[in-house]
Design a binder for this molecule. Structure first.
Ligand SMILES: [Zn+2]
Length: 230
């Protein structure tokens, strides 16, 4: 770096005195120069927790503490409203809802959250819980993401199905259908080929309801015997 080169903070536009920070990979300010306070004091857009860990992993416009596992992007519904949404190459969203402050569903979602942490942990599911900022101060989006692995995703859905019943979670928007990403559905088709007819994720959903735990065991066994599949 040439001596005397002056950087202007990409966020507050002040001339940077002292150490220059750069926006981390997978953030809004990726690679852009930032002053210390803009780098550190930027408000998180997403806060993630891995497994039962209580240490938060923050994504802001300048920092990404998820080692690039997750990206956050703003989606506006109109000029005044919108929400941040996550994407990931290696994790799949298995649950999403909005936590509305002071609404009666808040306690139900807290209960669902607590039970999910405990049971996912018991069976060794690799997961993240994410809390995301929206334009509504009283609304936080809440997601659960599971490692992109067919057996783990199915186990997570099965556990969530049980928990939803227990906590009386009956919002039709979220209680119908499992949505797999294409890649996972493709893997499941390959693994279960010849034994079951699977075309869509609702076929998998029916199988899950019919077979439960034994389907997951079967998938695990199949994966073990066909090493090139995954
Ligand atoms: Zn600044």
């Amino acid at each position: 770096m040439s001596k005397g080169k002056r950087y202007t903070c990409a966020s507050c536009e002040a001339s940077i005195q002292g150490k220059v920070y750069f926006g981390e990979e997978s953030t809004h300010y990726e690679g852009k120069p930032l002053c210390q306070s803009c780098y550190y004091e930027d408000e998180p857009v997403a806060t993630l927790y891995r497994d039962r860990d209580e240490e938060p992993h923050v994504i802001s416009l300048t920092r990404n503490e998820t080692d690039g596992e997750f990206r956050a992007k703003w989606y506006s519904t109109d000029p005044w409203r919108g929400r941040y949404q996550l994407s990931s190459e290696s994790y799949v969203m298995v649950f999403s809802d909005a936590i509305l402050a002071y609404h009666e569903s808040e306690a139900m979602l807290k209960e669902l959250n607590d039970r999910a942490i405990q049971r996912f942990n018991e069976v060794g599911i690799d997961f993240y819980r994410a809390f995301l900022r929206t334009s509504n101060l009283f609304c936080t989006d809440y997601d659960i993401w599971v490692k992109k692995d067919p057996a783990q995703i199915l186990a997570a859905h099965l556990i969530l199905q049980g928990i939803k019943k227990e906590v009386d979670y009956n919002n039709p928007l979220y209680s119908t259908g499992i949505v797999f990403d294409r890649e996972t559905l493709g893997k499941l088709k390959t693994v279960l080929r010849g034994k079951y007819r699977i075309e869509t994720d609702s076929d998998v959903m029916k199988l899950v309801q019919e077979k439960g735990e034994s389907l997951i065991q079967e998938i695990k066994n199949q994966i073990g015997t066909s090493e090139n599949v995954l």
